[in-house]
Design a protein around this ligand. Structure first.
Ligand code: NAD
Length: 436
């Protein structure tokens, strides 16, 4: 079986390499010349654990190839996946679908045989219908399907190879049956591990993706508010999370407090979902409130630091971790992008360290930020430390070592990585989230 994937970003590269690992012949199309050059030279344009080996193995086996041009890539492909970006449209928060429509039209104009055009990008309800209207006059034999992706950066390969479910949305009639049969065949290796296939209409598949991300964003926001509550009430949010999470109706995942969710998906997807709801005239008050609480939380985190330093001017703040979560280099919508500029604006000096994210961070953070080569170098001489991302390498640092590197004794642990008693014993004024 041969397929093509348009867009070699986090989703396109991971799904391409994983489908190739299933034994499928995968042609990846990428229009960014730097990304293509890197891939052809055996370098990955992104960081994702395990992906370098998976890509290299499958390139060597001849199952994975990279293309700048659409025609050779989609020739003979039974399915062509769209894995292009759908960022927030500047100004209004709707999903920007220009890459999706441009790629869909190019596939239709280039195709020389019937194929299934599958949207893996996250797109608002109604997009599949618009893709059908776009491609059908050009090539009536193209079937259109929606196959939203649920992988998490940092654990993407495991998520793709062992997903909780696969959602396949198809159009009614013969084209839909053909598309569903093709996609079931493609995902056959997952039947062996009894992965549920949720077959729906295209519209339903599109809604599932936004509803899933909004629910998860809400769950994180819920525990963040409970953490605030615990701080005042003298309770421990981790025990509360365990106590509620063991209830199967609630579930234990996504109940870890933090400085607000970020990343390439939750912020833009919750906002786009809300915009679609407004267009449809349906209130989505929980989603709307989640977005507002999360925006305020990032600012509130900066304010906690500034209030403790008061005055912050001239003080040196060491920021440990910049990416929105560990095991990725992705800086999109990371809380650091809101928190650090506020620290700088108050006159603080900011030095930062992140194991993978500093390349992307340099382009997104103010030039006044300086960067350290290691966590310990970052902490050297700092008045205050702020931990924003729970990289494993930070967990291993003994509190006494952290303390002796610093000039001051103020430590904000916004991921609750350290043991409060041990940090206090080392001499820190230690502030974490939701713990007495
Ligand atoms: N990143 C995630 O964790 C994740 C998870 C689930 C779903 N998604 C969704 O998947 C989609 C892709 O996300 P991503 O993070 O991989 O984005 P990305 O920005 O990392 O990658 C998109 C790639 O597509 C390329 N591209 C755009 N238009 C093209 C065209 N016409 N021809 C060829 N290449 C083209 C871009 O150059 C870029 O390299 C988005 O809709 C996103 O919401 C992302």
């Amino acid at each position: 079986m041969k397929i093509a994937i348009i867009g070699a970003g986090y989703v396109g590269l991971v799904s391409g390499a994983c489908f190739a690992e299933f034994g499928v012949d995968v042609a990846l199309v990428e229009r960014d010349a730097d990304r293509i050059t890197a891939l052809r030279q055996g370098r990955l344009p992104i960081y994702e654990p395990g992906l370098d080996k998976l890509v290299a193995d499958n390139v060597r086996e001849g199952r994975l190839s990279f293309h700048e041009r659409m025609a050779p890539a989609i020739e003979g492909a039974e399915a062509v996946f769209l894995a292009v970006g759908t960022p927030s449209r500047r100004g209004d928060g709707h999903a920007d679908l220009s890459h999706v429509f441009a790629a869909a039209e190019e596939v239709a104009r280039t195709a020389t045989h019937p194929l299934t055009l599958v949207t893996k990008s996250t797109v608002p309800v109604g997009t599949g219908r618009r893709i059908i209207e776009l491609v059908r006059p050009i090539r009536p034999d193209i079937a259109v399907a929606a196959n939203p992706e649920f992988l998490r950066e940092g654990a993407a390969i495991g998520d793709f190879m062992r997903p909780d479910r696969v959602v396949i949305g198809t159009e009614p009639g013969e084209r839909g049956e053909r598309a569903l049969a093709t996609l079931r065949r493609l995902y056959r290796p997952l039947y062996l591990i009894e992965t549920p296939i949720v077959a729906t209409s295209i519209e339903t598949a599109e809604v599932i993706k936004y509803a899933a991300n909004s629910f998860l964003a809400m769950k994180i926001t819920f525990i963040n508010e409970i953490a605030n509550f615990c701080e005042r009430a003298g309770a421990d949010v981790h025990d509360v999370a365990r106590g509620i999470g063991l209830d199967g109706r609630i579930g234990r995942k996504f109940l870890h407090p933090g400085p607000g969710y970020g990343g390439s998906c939750f912020p833009k997807d919750t906002l786009a979902f809300l915009r679609t709801a407004e267009e449809l005239g349906v209130p989505l008050r929980l989603v709307e409130t989640t977005i507002a609480i999360n925006e305020a939380r990032k600012i509130e985190m900066a304010e906690r630091v500034l209030a403790a330093l008061n005055p912050a001017a001239g003080r040196r703040i060491a920021v440990l971790g910049l990416t929105f979560k560990p095991e990725t280099d992705d800086m999109r919508e990371a809380p650091a992008l809101v928190i650090i500029p506020r620290l700088l604006a108050a006159g603080a000096e900011v030095v930062a360290y992140d194991p993978e994210g500093m390349g992307q961070a340099r382009a997104l953070l103010p030039a006044a930020v300086s960067y350290a080569e290691t966590a310990m170098a970052c902490l050297a001489g700092a008045d205050c430390a702020v931990l924003l991302t729970e990289w494993n390498e930070f967990r291993a640092l003994p509190p006494e070592r952290l303390k002796s590197a610093m000039r001051g004794n103020l430590f904000f642990d916004f991921r609750n990585v350290y043991d409060p008693a041990a940090m206090r014993a080392a001499g820190f004024r230690y502030m974490s989230l939701g713990r007495p």
